[in-house]
Design a protein around this ligand. Structure first.
Ligand SMILES: Cc1ncc(COP(=O)(O)O)c(C=O)c1O
Length: 390
């Protein structure tokens, strides 16, 4: 019934899904009943194209607290999650043959969504602090000097999937300046902003940039439930209006209207804010369980930096390891993770890192998972030493 398929005996850290035990089943049952009482038949009708005004109001108020700038109501459109938002932006705003840039590694399934459109995806390099300026400039001028239209950069500045990094405020400001100079627009994936464990993240690119440069995609999947399929876009007023006036929204009305009304009820009751506080504490404990168990053992075979939020730890190796070797060792040790190659364009990329998702499992399972990952590293490391000697 769910996308996640449990393999008995395996601890599979390859899934970036919420912990089922942290999904607010009872609270959503109550919010659904009370939303139906409050909104009545309007909740079961075609919804307003941009989304229910109550949810838009919540998004504006919440971003006033969690981001550098609150949007106006006419700068927000409710979507069916980041995935649908990205897909519809690509449908509406891209012309076949145009180029979209992605700073790699990046969310592998965003690559799949973009690949469903007849455009060219081009990689830009990044480091621990986001897009590398030289690589970005080079990609833009390569594309344009070849006569191509380079339309957008898709990027995840905050609690990045897969690396967990959050780029600094300084680098965000520099990136915005560069984007203005390059006249390049951005789709900013802001899925994990709410899941900050140590300190609030810096302002989004959307908040820092002049209107029209950045469209930010937000989601309720990680802070409430992915099954609701609700997210939002913040954009300049013209882009927001273009989205809400699309054929999709015109024909079907506001997307995920029923779920969006339930969320509005949950949010405006104040219970969502308490729930998010609880999630932050719970996911921070999971992060700690995984990294503490890895810490004494990985030394020169792998290293990582503690992610300040989100779902992922990124374990780096000093040298690339073939995916099939990693996968075979993972099977033997009954643990799952995703190799770096999955987060790059094209085939044949040699992975120097793996993504470990600490969101789904309990702390004791994460401790055991870390032990198994260390087993994988030991095995791969000793077989490499063996082949170096041989
Ligand atoms: C970076 C990133 N963007 C988007 C999504 C999907 O978001 P949604 O459920 O809102 O479509 C995910 C889910 O893992 C993600 O990690």
């Amino acid at each position: 019934m769910t996308q996640f398929v449990d393999a008995p005996g395996v601890i599979d850290l390859s899934w970036g899904h919420p912990d089922p035990a942290l999904l607010p089943v009872g609270e959503l049952a109550e919010a659904t009943a009370s939303a139906l009482t409050r909104y009545g038949p309007q909740m079961l009708a075609y919804g307003a194209p941009a989304g229910p005004p109550d949810l838009i109001e919540y998004v504006c108020e919440r971003l006033a607290e969690t981001d550098g700038r609150a949007p106006r109501a006419d700068e927000v459109v409710i979507t069916a999650g980041v995935s649908q938002g990205l897909d519809v932006l690509a449908t509406l705003l891209l012309t076949p043959g145009e180029q979209v840039l992605v700073d790699v590694p990046t969310y592998h399934l965003a690559l799949r969504i973009l690949a469903d459109h007849p455009v060219e995806l081009k990689a830009v390099a990044s480091d621990h602090d986001g897009v590398l300026p030289d690589s970005l400039c080079a990609a833009v001028s390569r594309g344009r000097s070849g006569g191509q239209t380079v339309r957008f950069l898709y990027t995840i500045p905050t609690f990045h999937n897969p690396t967990g990094r959050a780029i600094s405020l300084e680098r965000r400001r520099a990136l915005v300046e560069m984007l203005i100079d390059l006249d390049l627009r951005v789709w900013e994936d802001d899925t994990y902003r709410e899941l900050a464990y140590d300190a609030p993240p810096p302002a989004s690119l959307w908040a820092l940039a002049p209107a029209g440069l950045v469209t930010r995609l937000g989601s309720f999947s990680k802070v409430v439930s992915p099954a609701l399929r609700v997210g939002f876009v913040t954009a300049d007023q013209a882009t927001a209006a273009r989205l809400a006036a699309s054929g999709l929204f015109d024909s079907g009305g506001g997307i995920a209207h029923f779920s969006a009304c339930v969320l509005a009820e949950y949010a405006l009751s104040g219970r969502l804010a308490d729930h998010i506080d609880g999630l932050r504490a719970a996911y921070a404990r999971k992060r700690q369980a995984l990294l503490t168990a890895l810490a004494p053992k990985t030394d020169e075979r792998a290293h990582w930096t503690t992610p300040g939020g989100g779902y992922f730890a990124w374990l780096r190796f000093p040298e690339p390891i073939a995916d099939d070797k990693l996968a075979a060792a993972a099977r033997r040790h009954r643990v799952g993770f995703l190799p770096e190659s999955r987060f790059h364009l094209g085939d044949g990329f040699a992975s120097s890192a793996i993504r470990l998702s600490f969101s789904m499992y309990e702390q004791s399972e994460l401790t055991e998972a870390a032990r198994r990952v260390v087993g994988v590293l030991d095995e791969v490391h000793s077989s490499r030493r063996g082949s170096a000697i041989a």
